[in-house]
Design a protein around this ligand. Structure first.
Ligand SMILES: Cc1ncc(COP(=O)(O)O)c(C=O)c1O
Length: 388
């Protein structure tokens, strides 16, 4: 008798989510009656700005909100182009802007549109884990490489030169996740020039732009350095619209058509209601900047209070809402450490394991996107727990 043939899932869905695992453990702790403070979340604790919500109501009164062009509505592409001029003094033709379903969608399009299966794309460690998993799913080889705490975990040309073998692409983020650190303009220029010369496709993830605290490292878009660079951005973070699933990419001219074709073939178009909402969210900077003021306050509390508890090794978080902290001297395994802290004082941080193949088990990430009162309570609880 031949063995019974069974339906099987593809190997692509095999990567487990550490975040899900942590969340379900936290829910179990909550079920025992303990309040958990979630410092592992990677999204704003606030909703979309009022202007965006009003705009959706208005758009639904006057439009069927059906499919849009695969590259997005022209008004939004033009508005984003204006932002490049207003915020960075950079001229970006609206045609070069393609609206996507979040930065995640932009990155999938960039990976599929620029690299064939087997291509090698480098990721500076620590990195946003979603990219590594997306590459694995798409058959692109992820080449993690080390950065240093002295350079705020942002890659230098020297770091790239140490990578074994040829690479076809490189992705970096400034401000970064999990560190919140930023790459100085000169370093970005050198990296852009090196990649241009070596024909390494550079992708700059600028999703945390707008959430920048000091003038120490001025915010810089990679668009300013070369028309060859792909920039990925999103309405999920500064615009506080994570669930609206909307982002964009800035492309070199010759990629506009192939990437728009891919977008159309894969998912037809980005969500129409979100596009109308986003158009108006861009005029709500006052409301959005108030969130940034709160993130900064939260960052200052953590930077001041954590060292006395033994969390004293981290790169300065210049932006975003993360602090990535070395904890090897406190525990040999950050996943276990995070679990012990959750059970010990009801504060949940993210273990570094997903962010770095090499050193992740020695780091944890605190997210401070929540209310300042929660950050203060978390600090209080951690202080007592560490003192016990
Ligand atoms: C650095 C970075 N890039 C991309 C993403 C994905 O964001 P989006 O919600 O726009 O898909 C995230 C989400 O946390 C992120 O931290």
């Amino acid at each position: 008798m031949p063995a019974t043939k069974r339906f099987q899932p593809s190997h692509r869905g095999a990567t487990p989510s550490i975040a899900e695992k942590m969340r379900s453990r936290a829910k179990e702790v909550e079920a025992t009656g303990k309040k958990v403070i979630y410092l592992q979340v990677g999204q704003p604790s606030t909703g979309a700005p009022e202007g965006a919500i009003d705009a959706i109501h208005q758009a639904s009164d006057t439009s069927i909100l059906g499919y849009t062009s695969a590259a997005g509505i022209p008004e939004l592409r033009a508005r984003i182009s204006k932002n490049y001029q207003d915020l960075y003094g950079a001229q970006v033709d609206p045609e070069r802007i393609v609206i996507t379903f979040g930065a995640s969608g932009a990155m999938i399009l960039a990976l599929v549109g620029c690299f064939d299966a087997g291509a090698r794309v480098a990721l500076p460690q620590p990195f946003y884990y979603g990219y590594r998993h997306a590459m694995g799913t798409l058959g692109v080889e992820c080449v993690p490489f080390d950065t240093s705490m002295e350079n705020h975990f942002q890659p230098t040309v020297e770091d790239v030169q140490k990578i074994d073998g040829e690479i076809d692409g490189l992705i970096f983020a400034s401000p970064g996740n999990p560190t919140g650190s930023m790459m100085p303009g000169q370093q970005m220029k050198e990296l852009a020039e090196y990649c241009q010369q070596k024909k390494i496709r550079l992708i700059s993830d600028e999703i945390y732009h707008g959430i920048v605290f000091d003038d120490e490292v001025p915010q810089q878009t990679a668009v300013a350095f070369s028309d060859e660079i792909i920039v990925v951005n999103s309405f999920s973070k500064y615009y506080s619209m994570a669930g609206w699933r909307l982002g964009w990419m800035v492309l070199p001219d010759y990629l506009i058509e192939p990437i728009s074709n891919l977008a159309h073939n894969l998912y037809l178009c980005p969500p129409a209601p979100s596009q109308y909402g986003a158009l108006h969210a861009m005029d709500c900077r006052k409301e959005l900047d108030a969130h940034v003021t709160r993130y900064k306050k939260n960052r200052d509390i953590l930077v001041k209070e954590l060292p006395a508890m033994g969390f004293d090794q981290f790169a300065a978080p210049h932006g975003a809402f993360y602090l990535y902290c070395h904890v090897q001297h406190l525990h040999h395994d950050s996943m276990q450490f995070v679990m012990e802290m959750l059970e010990g004082c009801g504060v949940l941080a993210a273990p570094g394991s997903d962010f770095s193949v090499r050193h992740g088990h020695h780091f944890i990430r605190f997210s401070y996107a929540g209310a300042t009162a929660d950050i203060e309570e978390a600090v209080d609880r951690m202080r007592k727990w560490r003192a016990d």
